[in-house]
Design a protein around this ligand. Structure first.
Ligand code: SF4
Length: 198
């Protein structure tokens, strides 16, 4: 309060005013901001960055709390991610990690290639993601053809593949986990785990 009064007095002095002109109403309008339109023209023309954007509901990929997020997108690009106020879990809030989800998608440091070290090699090589996908699929097929066990020693049907395993990470959401379980269970894989289990 003291600071405000001092600043006001300094402002009046700088303008060469005594405070008498215009009376109390004039002073209030001038110094307290009772102007009918206190925004500049530029401010009035500004829009929210999510104005007119489409929105999709999603789940924070980081931990098992499963906070709901609103993902705003325009022209096929994500432009903002915020907490979903309709969610009973987070009520519109996100922790600092969840609030930074936007940077998970839009980030120049995000790796877009994989590092591959060939058998018995002593160095890593950069390979495209599509190459890695094909390579993994090929290896899984080879392992399944070789190791799939249809019946156990007693003749019971088990349809089991124990030489392939799946380890998921915390950035997998529930839809991705569902698809992974479906894929690997159908292959007969029994060693499946994931960090968050949401
Ligand atoms: S916002 Fe934070 S608490 Fe919520 S799911 Fe994401 S990481 Fe977990």
């Amino acid at each position: 309060m003291t600071i405000t009064r001092r600043n006001t007095e300094q402002g009046m002095a700088a303008a060469g005013e005594t405070g008498a002109s215009g009376g109390l109403g004039g002073l209030m309008r001038r110094y307290i901001g009772f102007s009918p339109i206190p925004m500049s023209k530029r401010s009035q023309q500004l829009e929210s960055r999510i104005q007119g954007a489409q929105v999709a509901t999603s789940v924070c990929p980081y931990c098992a709390v499963g906070c709901s997020q609103l993902v705003y997108h325009r022209d096929g690009k994500i432009i903002d991610i915020e907490g979903n106020p309709d969610s009973p879990i987070n009520n519109g809030h996100l922790c600092p990690k969840g609030a930074a989800t936007y940077q998970l998608v839009n980030n120049p440091n995000r790796p877009t290639k994989v590092l591959y070290r060939a058998p018995r090699s002593d160095h890593w090589e950069e390979r495209p993601l599509a190459w890695a996908m094909d390579h993994i699929a090929q290896r899984v097929k080879e392992a399944r053809d070789k190791d799939f066990v249809m019946n156990d020693d007693n003749g019971e049907r088990i349809n089991r593949l124990e030489s392939v395993g799946s380890i998921g990470g915390a950035t997998l959401d529930n839809e991705e986990n569902y698809l992974m379980l479906k894929l690997f269970r159908n292959l007969g894989v029994v060693h499946i785990t994931n960090q968050a289990r949401i």
